[in-house]
Design a protein around this ligand. Structure first.
Ligand SMILES: Cc1ncc(COP(=O)(O)O)c(C=O)c1O
Length: 383
């Protein structure tokens, strides 16, 4: 079976380093914090060119800690895209804040400043743009809007680590780039194993260039503790452990290569799928690079969901995995429906009905790509 990700082959390439470093952790018996976690924090700060990285236990915690550090209070509204993974809205609900769900762009599938502007009310306090599937939301107009309305911006960068966004132009042909997750007040990321930078368990981090926000987030992630056994406010217990830091350190060195391999695979997919009229290949945000956390196509047909069901079954028979990210708009999920006041969001509805994602990882090769594209082509030739 061709799986969505291939962590085994990836591990084989970095096994020596990981096994050696892991043995050092066992020998030192420093499992929480310590030199491996500090080294990873510094390496990630350098790679992202950001002042502070605050490692934590997972990407969902990172979002929650960011909202707590920004002092958001029950009743405050936080704008999120309706087409995203649930974690983005989950922490908003958990903290007693109100998620306000908006539609997204039909091409990039990301939230835009126009969607956000239409959702702003006097209670709006923050925006969570999600850099979905590996490319940045168009952040310049979002940041300008946030400044105008005095709103906090928390980037959900769980799917786009390593992507760069054009924040301005030094000369007409010299863009000024920033890594996603370092543009808003906070960036949050996940190191879930299947992510572009994934560990071998759970992990996450916050990013910020603001010293005071960094200190607050660090404190909240550690039981609201300013110094040992002195607790200034209610916090959480959210730590990255030394074993995960070993994996992340080894993989961070290779992240540009991993993301380049994903881009090569995406180019191959694009070449074949752009010739199939029933498929729409992923649109690129002009101001962002793409790190293809997912390669997500849309089916163009009168009943896309029926075609998608058949395609999925066909690929399964051929030994090829295929996933639907995401089949249900956030506001139609039972847990979130009560937050929803308006009518349906047409683009989110259309995307949930028509998207499907194919295997995408750092170990794709010609043979795998030929098999997948051949099967998809054969399916559409028959249908
Ligand atoms: C967009 C998005 N946000 C947040 C998360 C949450 O990350 P984690 O699973 O590490 O809690 C994920 C990961 O699945 C994600 O894809």
């Amino acid at each position: 079976m061709i799986q969505m990700v291939d962590l085994k082959t990836q591990y084989a390439r970095i096994k020596d380093e990981i096994d050696r470093e892991m043995q050092e952790v066992f020998d030192s018996c420093i499992f929480i914090g310590g030199p491996k976690v500090n080294a990873f924090r510094e390496n990630l700060e350098q790679y992202l060119d950001v002042k502070h990285v605050i490692p934590c236990a997972n990407g969902t915690d990172a979002l929650q800690i960011a909202m707590m550090a920004l002092g958001l209070k029950p009743g405050d509204e936080v704008i999120v895209p309706a087409f995203t993974y649930v974690a983005t809205a989950e922490v908003i609900g958990l903290l007693g804040l109100t998620p306000v769900m908006t539609d997204v762009d039909p091409g990039t599938m990301n939230i835009t400043a126009a969607h956000i502007e239409a959702a702003i009310t006097p209670r709006t306090k923050a925006i969570v743009p999600v850099h979905l599937f590996g490319q940045s939301a168009d952040m310049a107009p979002i940041m300008a809007l946030a400044e105008k309305h005095n709103l906090f911006v928390i980037e959900d960068n769980a799917q786009a680590i390593g992507a760069s966004y054009v924040v301005g132009w030094d000369t007409p042909d010299q863009p000024r780039l920033k890594k996603t997750g370092t543009i808003g007040h906070f960036g949050c990321t996940s190191f879930f194993p299947s992510k572009n930078l994934g560990c071998y368990g759970d992990g996450g981090a916050l990013m910020t260039n603001d010293d005071a926000l960094a200190a607050k987030a660090r404190m909240i992630a550690n039981h609201g503790q300013s110094k040992m056994y002195y607790h200034d406010e209610i916090g959480v217990n959210s730590r990255l452990d030394a074993m995960q830091a070993v994996i992340l350190n080894a993989k961070l060195k290779n992240l540009p290569l991993y993301n380049a391999a994903r881009n090569d695979a995406a180019k191959y997919y694009d070449r074949v799928f752009s010739q199939i009229p029933q498929l729409k290949i992923p649109a690129r945000e002009p101001n962002s690079t793409h790190v293809f956390h997912q390669y997500t196509l849309q089916i163009v047909a009168p009943n896309p969901t029926a075609v998608r069901d058949e395609l999925k079954a066909y690929l399964q028979e051929q030994g090829i995995s295929c996933m639907i990210y995401y089949p249900v708009p956030l506001y139609k999920q039972p847990a979130y429906a009560h937050y929803w006041k308006g009518g349906e969001l047409p683009t989110t509805e259309a995307l949930c009905a028509s998207v499907f994602s194919l295997p995408m990882h750092s170990e794709m090769n010609e043979e795998i790509l030929a098999k997948i594209t051949g099967a998809v082509k054969a399916f559409f030739e028959k249908n």
